[in-house]
Design a protein around this ligand. Structure first.
Ligand code: ATP
Length: 359
């Protein structure tokens, strides 16, 4: 039976987004040749610069293309000087998350042989954890809904039973899958249940759902203590689950544990759609210089292939994901390249070339 083409909607966006997307598309094409699958990608406009040019940050046609594609690859969007009337940045990725109900923000981080780690404890060379961020509620639900009074502004957090059930189940199922790969199978719930009624409700639901997964170890942590422990002993964690805002903050923190934002891929996943993007933003401070580390974007392609492999029941796609991870690992392990975040001199093109050679 002929294998159908796999359609990918590509949204490069702003800043370093198009630079790292260029790397990702080269890797996708090469891996397609290796596994004999054809990825047909189409580039669509969206972002802060598009807003400046046209007054629209996310054209309807782009959103429709995202809905129609098998998967979405996303660079980064937003520019610090481009803001809406309420003073907030133009960030269409949040609109996409809500429109396509991409409720699970999946942010894995791991260390790579050959690259130094910022923490000196030898156990820090073995960090391998995934943060699951609830993407559609929490404090971000207040975006565009803030109540503005003359001397005070109110942003209200939403935690719903249905929204919490599904994200907690996502984390527990992921921990179960990770056990098959030799990981501990532990979920740490991160909240602030000692202060907020919404968070006490979140914790109650976490504990209810956890009882359905007796094979998975679970524990609770307050977000402030978690910030401390993620720096003191990150090797103790496997899967973390948390609400939107805490997840936003902690995902930058965990990226730093493995060397920086350029190493942290992510997926925004719903029941119908999946969008894959580096965990970093547009990095305006380094944009246009050819020095962005494309690894996070390249590893996001691997995450996309893993997700597509399950959805399309096609083992070859998971093999493609492993080929990409192995190529990244080899490129770093033999010191062919070292990103600037690690004190090296390799730019975007050097790292891309090294990964393609290993592929
Ligand atoms: P956002 O809020 O949109 O996620 P941010 O404010 O967290 O973005 P980033 O754009 O992620 O900011 O940049 C944070 C820092 O990390 C900057 O110093 C930036 O240069 C650096 N950085 C981000 N991505 C990369 C990359 N791919 N390679 C090298 N450095 C990066």
């Amino acid at each position: 039976m002929p294998i159908k083409d796999i359609s990918i909607a590509v949204l490069p966006g702003d800043g370093i987004g198009p630079e790292v997307m260029g790397s990702a598309l080269q890797v996708l094409e090469r891996v397609g040749q290796r596994i004999q699958r054809r990825f047909v990608h189409q580039v669509h406009p969206a972002g802060a610069q598009h807003y400046v040019d046209t007054g629209d940050s996310l054209p309807k046609s782009t959103l429709a293309a995202c809905r129609a594609a098998d998967a979405i690859l996303f660079g980064a969007m937003g520019l610090p000087h481009v803001r809406g009337k309420d003073g907030t940045e133009i960030i269409p990725q949040l609109d996409i998350r809500f429109a396509l109900d991409l409720y699970a923000g999946v942010r894995p981080v791991r260390t790579w042989p050959g690259l130094p780690v910022p923490l000196s404890d030898p156990r820090a060379t073995k960090i391998d954890l995934v943060l699951i961020r609830e993407n559609t509620e929490g404090l971000f639900y207040a975006r565009g809904r803030g109540v503005v009074e003359a001397d005070a502004v109110y942003d209200t957090q939403k935690i719903s039973r249905a929204g919490t059930n599904r994200i907690v189940d996502f984390a527990l199922n992921l921990a179960r899958e990770r056990v098959q790969k030799g990981k501990p199978g532990k979920v740490t719930n991160v909240d602030k249940a000692n202060v907020f009624a919404s968070m006490a409700f979140w914790r109650q639901i976490f504990e209810e759902r956890a009882r359905r997964f007796p094979d998975i170890k679970t524990e609770n942590a307050y977000v402030d203590a978690m910030a401390l422990n993620l720096v003191l002993k990150p090797w103790q964690y496997d899967v973390l689950v948390t609400e939107n805002m805490f997840g936003d903050i902690l995902s930058d923190l965990i990226a730093s544990l493995v060397g920086g934002m350029g190493m942290a891929p992510s997926g925004d996943i719903g029941d119908e759609h999946g969008l894959f993007q580096p965990a970093h933003g547009t990095a305006p401070d380094i944009a246009g210089q050819g020095i962005a580390n494309p690894t996070a974007m390249i590893l996001s392609v691997a995450m996309m292939l893993d997700w597509l492999s399950v959805r399309q029941d096609d083992a070859a796609l998971a093999i493609g994901a492993r080929l990409i991870e192995d190529a990244v690992q080899s490129a770093f392990a033999v010191h062919i390249v070292r990103p600037r975040e690690f004190g090296g001199k390799s730019g975007t093109a050097d790292i891309t070339r090294a990964v393609l050679e290993q592929l």
